[in-house]
Design a protein around this ligand. Structure first.
Ligand code: AGP
Length: 600
């Protein structure tokens, strides 16, 4: 969702520093952007540059110099995509500016009150009322207090506590040289520099400046000055000691390097990640296996791609360690929460660790006294901090909106945990090494050539199926999601056995049907389904360990036992990527979607 970046320090090109920070947040998806600066010297008011659309080649060199600036990439919720509705927003005096992530659920009532007090609004956003609310709070303060340094932060604190909903806000003003921020729901990270400090909605944006960060918790406020950072509880005023963490990522990790898109870079990182997980994650897998084994019931929950990994978990644990693992889609899990027995375990799967649907599940599970394990990629994220026990996915920054390496890394960890439950984790390690080899073949030059040719053949299709059975069914759903979310082809993941119960009606001459046919107990059935579709004119594309006459096109996927879901999905990731290029779209930033869905 929206991106936030703020700078305060000794450098006078603060607007440019901020714009560069916003560019590192572009991958999250946005439809407008803006930067505000407090001009150096006795600033009359705050200057803002903001536009609908992408940053592209825009610069902020025309803005005045200043050592305090912040900026925002907006994802429209209240109010259309226009220059006026872009953040930052100003108060009536143009001496207070605000940027905001989230939704102010009581903004109509606040706007009505402020209008009565004579405030004038220029945008259709909920955000704008925050600047006017702070202005009103300052007005109401006694003159003596108004001149005191803390007045601005007190006015912000009062405004923040008046907002309903899940929000992260940052405000600056022309009198007190500071950024004041608070969060409830939307992520906000403080970056500690040397004589300069930062705020961002995503730690990856801070990497060129600092690796020392503090993740704000819900209801925490922070006053950020060049030489001091004060954190306190927005509700009680109680001081909070900074929980400094060191980011383990490098700047290179978070950049595209020689790749044209983040997604392609992240696809190619997968073979190496499988080997890494095989060799480095056994201890935490054994610990989780103990927790799974002692829990009365285990429920693995996620959204989107993480939901597909959750469904895959139920197959992996039944196939590998003969354990019944329940799974669920986060947004549909409410009704299950009411009946989950005591001493159960909810396992939250998430790349970003900020998915609101999943955070709601975790909050309710904890309220019922149910244990929560988080398996997340962004260490320090909300879901990371909400859990009783946490395990890093360790895939490094994933910036393409379409999740790739985080998915296969989740599967790899789940395989290790299942083997640990079976009591022979070394077999799990060997299997992951096979998966790494098969993944390497999947991304080999010869295979990519085949996939590119297939994408060129398929670029004009509008509808297609991806069919699998057993663990290849969640694989089929994940393959379909990759294709639909970036190439905009309507791809549907279907259980092979379900075709004749309905979907087969949609197979007509030339309908592309990918069949996932690994060397396992489902092989014969899946080929039978392929023949059913071929008999209706379907164009059969086989992802399999060997070719077959029923396939009209064939992509080899080397056998990796129960881990073959990993190379199968990698082939689909590449197909989705090249279909997207063939169709002229951006694989990293698909329309209507965001990297982290921090709203319900
Ligand atoms: C996957 O390609 C999508 N970007 C989306 O479904 C994503 O998996 C989902 O929003 C969950 O995100 P999370 O893993 O960060 O919780």
């Amino acid at each position: 969702m929206c991106g936030i970046f703020g700078y305060i320090g000794h450098k006078t090109n603060a607007p440019t520093i901020v714009l560069e920070g916003l560019k590192r947040l572009e991958y999250r998806g946005y439809d407008s952007w803006g930067v505000a600066v407090v001009p150096e010297g006795d600033a009359e008011n705050i200057l803002v540059k903001k536009k609908a659309g992408k940053i592209g080649a825009a610069t902020v060199t025309s803005m005045p110099k200043g050592t305090l600036a912040f900026g925002h990439t907006r994802w429209a919720t209240h109010g259309g995509v226009t220059d006026v509705n872009a953040h930052p927003h100003l108060d009536c005096t143009k001496t207070i500016a605000v940027i905001h992530n989230g939704i102010v659920e009581n903004y109509e009532a606040l706007k009505e009150m402020l209008t009565k007090e004579g405030h004038h609004f220029v945008s259709q956003t909920d955000t704008e009322i925050i600047a006017h609310l702070v202005e009103e709070n300052l007005k109401a303060m006694k003159p003596a207090i108004r001149d005191a340094q803390p007045a601005f932060s007190k006015a912000v604190q009062k405004a923040f506590n008046a907002l309903d909903g899940l929000n992260a806000i940052i405000l600056i003003n022309t009198t007190s040289h500071e950024m004041v921020a608070a969060r409830n729901g939307s992520p906000l990270v403080v970056g500690f520099g040397d004589g300069e400090n930062f705020l961002a909605s995503d730690p990856a944006a801070l990497l060129p400046h600092t690796k020392q960060v503090h993740y704000l918790e819900d209801d925490e406020m922070v006053i950020v000055r060049p030489d001091a950072i004060h954190i306190f509880n927005a509700r009680t005023g109680e001081r909070v000691r900074p929980r400094k963490q060191l980011l383990t990522w490098t700047e290179k990790d978070a950049e595209k390097g020689q790749y044209p898109y983040f997604m392609l870079k992240e696809i190619y990182e997968q073979p190496g990640l499988m080997s890494e997980i095989a060799s480095e994650s056994t201890e935490q897998a054994k610990e989780l296996a103990k927790q799974f084994a002692t829990a009365y019931r285990v429920y693995v929950v996620g959204a989107g791609t993480s939901g597909h990994a959750a469904r895959a978990a139920s197959y992996l644990f039944s196939d590998i360690s003969a354990h019944l693992i329940n799974w669920g889609i986060a947004s549909e899990f409410d009704h299950r929460l009411n009946v989950i027995p005591e001493k159960s375990l909810v396992v939250a799967l998430s790349q970003s660790g900020e998915t609101m649907d999943l955070m709601e599940v975790v909050k309710k599970a904890k309220a019922k006294g149910i244990g929560v394990v988080s398996i997340v990629n962004v260490v320090g994220s909300s879901l990371w901090r909400m859990a009783d026990f946490r395990m890093p996915i360790g895939a490094g920054p994933e910036k393409g909106v379409a999740s790739t390496k985080a998915f296969t890394s989740k599967i790899a960890h789940l395989i290790l945990i299942a083997y640990a439950m079976k009591g022979n984790i070394s077999d799990g390690q060997k299997l992951l090494i096979r998966a790494a080899k098969s993944a390497k073949e999947a991304v080999s030059e010869s295979n990519v050539k085949r996939i590119k040719a297939l994408a060129a053949k398929m670029k004009s299709v509008e509808h297609m199926f991806v069919v699998g059975k057993g663990i290849s069914y969640p694989a089929a759903q994940e393959c379909a999601l990759k294709i639909k979310e970036i190439s905009y082809i309507h791809a549907e993941g279907v259980a092979a056995g379900e075709l004749k119960h309905g979907p087969l009606a949609l197979v007509t001459k030339g309908t592309p049907c990918i069949v996932i046919a690994p060397n396992d107990e489902t092989y014969r059935d899946v080929l039978g389904s392929a023949m059913e579709m071929k008999a209706r004119g379907g164009h059969i594309i086989g992802f399999s360990y060997k070719n077959d006459e029923v396939f009209d096109d064939y992509i080899p996927v080397a056998d990796a036992g129960e881990a073959t879901i990993i190379p199968n999905v990698i082939v689909a990731q590449l197909l989705a990527y090249y279909l997207t290029l063939e169709r002229g779209f951006d694989p990293d930033m698909p329309r209507n979607l965001a990297k982290s869905v921090t709203v319900k």
